[in-house]
Write a new protein. Sequence first.
Length: 398
Amino acid sequence: MSSPAFSVVIPTKGRGFLVGQAVRSVLDQSFTDWELIVADNDDAEDTRRVMEGFSDPRVRYLRTGGLSMTDNWEAAAKDARGGYLCVIEDKQLLKPFALQLVKQEAERTGAAIIRWQADTFDDEQRPARIRRAPGAGPALFRNSDDLLAQFTRSILGYKETLPLPQLSAFHRPLLQKVRGGPVGRLFPEVSPDISMGLIALAAEDRVLDMRRSLVVYASSFHSNGRASHRKEASSRDFFKRLSGGEAMCYDHVPIKVLCTPSGVFNDFLRLRGRLQGRLAACAIDWTHYFVECHGAMTGVARSGVDMSKELSDWRRALEEQPQEIRAAVVAILGREDRREPSPVSRAIKRLGRGLGLPALQRYAKHWIRGKLQRDPEWRFSTPAEYMEWERRRHPSLG
């Protein structure tokens, strides 16, 4: 049996209410030479029942269960036979012509890594809205060294620098090279997407950036990152399943508490030690590390989460740094403090929220910008409506 052009894999756990949409978005592709592998890491029956509703022979359902997130991602990709591997999160929807467009670029350029952007359905506020990826343009190659340098200067900008597997396609020879390398797998702990993005940049000199959105996140509310930020129960299960426990998120960095940019950078440092080469050549900007961690912690604190322990550890870790780093961090944070709203402005905002003014403004924008100006960011109230609009605006790709 010949291998398909694409293997699309969906690792999932406990999201039977979302995964069916992701599967349908693959079935609805205008390009049809693909296989789909769904790896269900849940012990409940919801996802299995959803998958029983799909009878397409190109779809394979794997019941894993009891694995860490990274092991489930690895299981999903283990038997993939396609020329290119794509990962789709269970809360993502492939736009109708995504695979067709990726195939065209693969044939035109022969790129080993092809990456794209994503739109997001923001359901954390009411009324919900679409947030579209910025800009578009012709596809271009980006140098891996440049992307890594940009990553170390802006850790939280990893979605714009790393070829994350849920926003990329990887050619089979590259996957074989990675599996035969020092790490020995595609998705090492802790964060499978960030780790694979870094490994791919270490293994390949350049990345083809399509500079257009090919997927939609069907929910911003249902997010592992969000659950971790807010210290929700679901995040505790993730850390429990790590082979080294929660400490694996900060064993290579100065700040010894959970924090998104610190965890991302910790993955980088762990892989840097194992892969050497291009990653070892990256200069580490510890000033930006401390600034981004502080911004992440204070941002979460403003949402009502107690971050006193995290901020205390941040101060302790900064005090242990050389004087030049401490001075640079204090100077940057001082400039940012001066840009913060005044107490009077904050009081006015709190009063406005109490009166429900932000919600009224959002409803007004939906009416004016969505209904009258036909702005797609404010026009649609469900991801399905937006996807159908995307389908109709590209009839030549049907």
